[in-house]
Design a protein around this ligand. Structure first.
Ligand SMILES: NC(=O)c1ccc[n+]([C@@H]2O[C@H](COP(=O)([O-])OP(=O)(O)OC[C@H]3O[C@@H](n4cnc5c(N)ncnc54)[C@H](O)[C@@H]3O)[C@@H](O)[C@H]2O)c1
Length: 262
């Protein structure tokens, strides 16, 4: 069977764990040269070694996405190593719960720098590279259902994800003439290591989340990677400027649904 990303080079930020790691593994298995970018060097390097161990092409590049210089080095390093850049997934993100009345300017700005400014700067640098190569490419920004919904204590996170959706639309409009498609993914609750322990192993938290999840379960990181693969591949060749929500039905739900006891 032909692989869907054969010969493509993809950068994935925040790829040392969770959703980013699942995307890196899936893209590599589909034939892409994958660059894993993260600040967690130990996990990032171990994940890269594992992907290479399966016979796929991958490289780890230390990148703090809140730093323009790091993002510039990431793009340069990718092109130096693999010769081109075809796909960027701006996925790295942080979420810290702090009450609105208490959050400091620094904490607010830090979340925006990591979650939103990084997608603007990384997207701009990646698109410039794609245009210089002659055009064509895919950019995927990681949003959240919190771009549209809100949770108390998550003001900076919600603002950053709302911004991601609008950033995605404007980038899509301006980059369409260069044959660069830009879309976003807005996951619901996805069972990364953190969510699995913080939400699913705590009965009160589990009930709260599942009462807002018609499909009755959290999503797997691999289910987000599948959407990313669709958006990165020719299967979505006429889709740009969209945010797709793999959320188990949360966004359509008003009120709550009953939760089974485990
Ligand atoms: N897990 C969920 O339920 C969920 C739901 C909606 C959206 N998302 C979004 O998906 C993305 C990935 O989240 P996840 O759940 O996999 O989280 P995660 O914490 O498992 O992974 C995030 C990765 O980003 C890295 N990172 C953090 N700050 C960084 C920085 N400054 N520079 C580079 N890398 C950095 C971390 O080291 C980590 O490897 C985030 O944008 C998050 O907002 C997650």
């Amino acid at each position: 069977m032909s692989k869907r990303l054969n010969g493509k080079t993809a950068i994935i930020t925040g790829a040392a764990s969770g959703i980013g790691l699942a995307c890196a593994q899936r893209f590599a298995a589909e034939g892409a040269n994958v660059v894993l970018a993260d600040v967690d060097d130990a996990r990032g390097k171990a994940a890269t070694r594992e992907i290479v161990g399966h016979g796929f092409n991958a490289q780890y590049l230390h990148t703090d996405v809140s730093q323009r210089q790091d993002l510039a080095s990431l793009i340069e390093g990718t092109v130096r190593h693999f010769g081109q850049l075809d796909i960027l997934i701006s996925n790295a993100g942080i979420a810290k719960t702090i009450p609105f009345l208490e959050i400091s300017d620094e904490e607010f700005e830090r979340t925006l720098a990591v979650n939103l400014n990084s997608a603007f700067i990384g997207g701009q640098l990646a698109a410039r590279q794609m245009v210089a190569q002659g055009g064509g490419g895919v950019i995927i920004n990681m949003s959240s259902v919190n771009a549209l919904l809100a949770i108390p204590g998550l003001v900076a996170y919600a603002v950053s994800k709302g911004g991601i959706n609008q950033l995605t639309k404007v980038m899509a409009l301006e980059l369409a003439p260069h044959r660069i498609r830009v879309n976003a993914i807005g996951p619901g609750t996805i069972l990364t290591e953190l969510a699995r322990s913080a939400v699913m192993e705590n009965e009160a938290a589990r009930k709260k989340v599942l009462s807002r999840t018609p499909m009755g379960r959290g999503g797997e990181p691999s289910e987000i990677a599948s959407v990313a693969l669709f958006l990165a591949s020719e299967d979505s060749s006429y889709i740009t400027g969209q945010t797709i929500y793999p959320d188990g039905g949360r966004l359509m739900l008003n009120y709550t649904v009953p939760v089974d006891t485990p």
